[in-house]
Design a protein around this ligand. Sequence first.
Ligand code: SF4
Length: 253
Amino acid sequence: MNENSRNYQKELDAKIADFEDRGEVPTLLLHSCCGPCSSYCIEYLSNYFHITVFYYNPNITEQEEYNHRVQEQMRLIDSMPTKYPVSYVGGAYEPEKFYAMAEGLEDCKEGGERCFGCYDLRLLETAKKAKELGLEYFTTTLTISPMKSSKKLNEIGERIGEGLGVKFLNSDFKKKNGYKRSIELSKEYSLYRQNFCGCSYSKQEMEEREARKREREALTGEVSKSVEPVCCGDRLYELEQAMEREKNFKNNC
Ligand code: SF4
């Protein structure tokens, strides 16, 4: 099949329908990047899988930020009602592995080569953990973000899964309004929603964006009415909301 034409959400739908036909509830190790992104994935997948959430993110800037995200992840799991129980397993915080991978890729923009290496690091560790725990499938919440390439993530997951002999669960969680639902759930559970992806480079990009916005406001004397994006997917979500409001405004004129 042409890689570009694959619809990973439809593939997941078909797989789930197959499990249901056979009355199976497989075990799944769900790599999570943060509480907000995992909220929809847990809500959705826990209807069909016995999930263990795996928090492994060597990309996170600082220990304090890392600990904060871990606590929010655990609080969410404890608070969310789910059809099948969801458990948690924490990985090690290994920023040195991330910086070794990112060497020479420091100037890549978010969504570029450095990010592909970052996906690889996290998915490899997830597949190893799934194998160690004897779980049937592994996947990641990362496909929920409109800032991340689902195609790349699925390619990497499949390659790693084949290499280690663990089944990768294809996904594109941003489909079916997944990221919109994750924003709703984040508000419902008052989750901490960071305004940068995770690494020091994405933090710097965010700070530069904020500085440009402040400069614009100082020049025009106008305070931007845009809602500050607070999580990886939010920038696009806010843009879509603004376009929708604009469309409704025009239609009503
Ligand atoms: S921007 Fe996000 S995905 Fe890309 S390298 Fe940084 S933490 Fe990883």
